[in-house]
Ligand binder design. Structure first.
Ligand SMILES: [Zn+2]
Ligand SMILES: [Zn+2]
Length: 375
């Protein structure tokens, strides 16, 4: 099949910035060195661009997982232009298609099933989906956001001002314009590009399928470190409306921390979270599935499978009872009956059910880890 035409603008940007960063930065470092001001400005710019994409383009605009004050949206819009990843409108439109048709080679714009290169950068190098390039029907809601539309209209001048203007200003301030253009301009941009692109490529190849195996998305702590928390991509693909990607407190997700922190300053609001029991159920269903697969090879497979199913059903029953009571208790508390609730029958029941659920979970863990040791 004939390949679609090459998009020379994109290819030139990727190739030229990559070569200059790869050769120019080490040359300048050896010949003249970089001052601390330039290094700090490059690191701050990297964080600013990266998080404008993760917190702004991705979790705010593409998925609407929270709401943000106009000042923060403006900051993200400028940071997104600085990151040179197309306008918010375009990026979000692509991304919504990616979620809706994930892994579908004909529809997903960066389908992981097309291989690493295609999902990483190849999809932007040729006119693969030219027919829907200007189709923004799936982002009508974003067209009501004046900052989104302003950034879309003036994307090119904004991108030029940010990518040339900021490094130039830093260079004048540091007394080393070329050094700043190389480090704050080129190096920072290349690192921003490829770390973001990893989410479409590596995060669909490398890591664990903790919550679902219905798509290729993976959870990967190392990638989370490089991508401001977006490495928990398996969780994200099943629960895309959650403002968090790394849901445990110890999981590295600075985007989640930023959104939460901004909520204390009233800059963000309506942070959306998936109910805990839904998350837990998805995870347990995956463990059950994996354990069943492992057990196929067991000498007493039939007996063990029955035992596994029995334990799983017990766990589900206890979990449902626990979460149902917890929901009731929260309602009671909401009605400002805390004092009564403390001594109520419901509270007693809740504590008891919680204990039973925890014990059942322990026995489930024991059983499934034993299974893993067997193989
Ligand atoms: Zn997403
Ligand atoms: Zn994805």
């Amino acid at each position: 099949m004939k390949k679609p035409p090459i998009i020379w603008l994109n290819v030139s940007v990727f190739v030229i910035t990559f070569i200059i960063a790869l050769l120019g930065v080490p040359y300048w470092a050896i010949t003249y060195g970089f001052s601390n001001i330039i290094i700090i400005a490059a690191v701050l710019s990297f964080i600013y661009c990266g998080m404008s994409i993760t917190a702004g383009y991705h979790r705010l605009w593409s998925h609407k997982t929270y709401q943000a004050h106009w000042s923060l949206r403006l900051l993200f819009a400028l940071g997104g232009a600085y990151a040179l990843q197309n306008s918010i409108l375009h990026w979000s439109s692509d991304h919504r298609v990616h979620h809706k048709h994930v892994d579908n080679n004909d529809k997903d714009p960066y389908s992981a099933k097309m291989g690493f290169w295609y999902s990483h950068i190849g999809w932007m190098c040729r006119e693969y989906q030219a027919h829907r390039y200007h189709d923004y029907a799936n982002v009508r809601d974003l067209q009501k956001d004046s900052i989104v539309m302003w950034q879309h209209k003036y994307y090119l001048p904004l991108a030029l001002v940010m990518n040339i203007g900021v490094p130039l200003l830093v260079g004048i301030f540091a007394g080393d314009i070329w050094g700043s253009l190389l480090m704050v301009g080129f190096m920072r941009l290349v690192l921003n590009h490829h770390t973001t692109f990893f989410i479409n490529s590596l995060a669909h190849i490398w890591g664990k399928q903790t919550y679902t195996d219905k798509n290729t998305a993976r959870d990967n702590g190392i990638l989370a470190f490089l991508t401001f928390g977006e490495g928990y991509h398996n969780f994200h693909h099943i629960f895309e409306n959650d403002y968090r990607n790394g849901i445990r407190w110890w999981q590295f997700d600075p985007t989640k921390w930023l959104i939460k922190l901004a909520s204390y300053l009233k800059l963000t609001s309506k942070l959306r979270k998936v109910p805990e029991d839904k998350i837990e159920k998805a995870k347990l269903a995956m463990t059950l599935k994996l354990s069943q697969q492992k057990l196929q090879l067991h000498p007493q497979a039939e007996q063990m499978l029955a035992k596994l199913q029995q334990e799983y059903d017990l766990l589900m029953a206890k979990m449902n009872a626990y979460y149902e009571t917890r929901k009731q208790l929260i309602n009671v508390k909401r009605e400002q009956l805390i004092a009564e609730a403390e001594n109520s029958e419901l509270m007693k029941q809740y504590k008891e059910l919680k204990q039973r659920f925890i014990e059942q979970k322990r026995s489930w863990k024991l059983l499934t880890t034993q299974l893993y040791q067997f193989n």
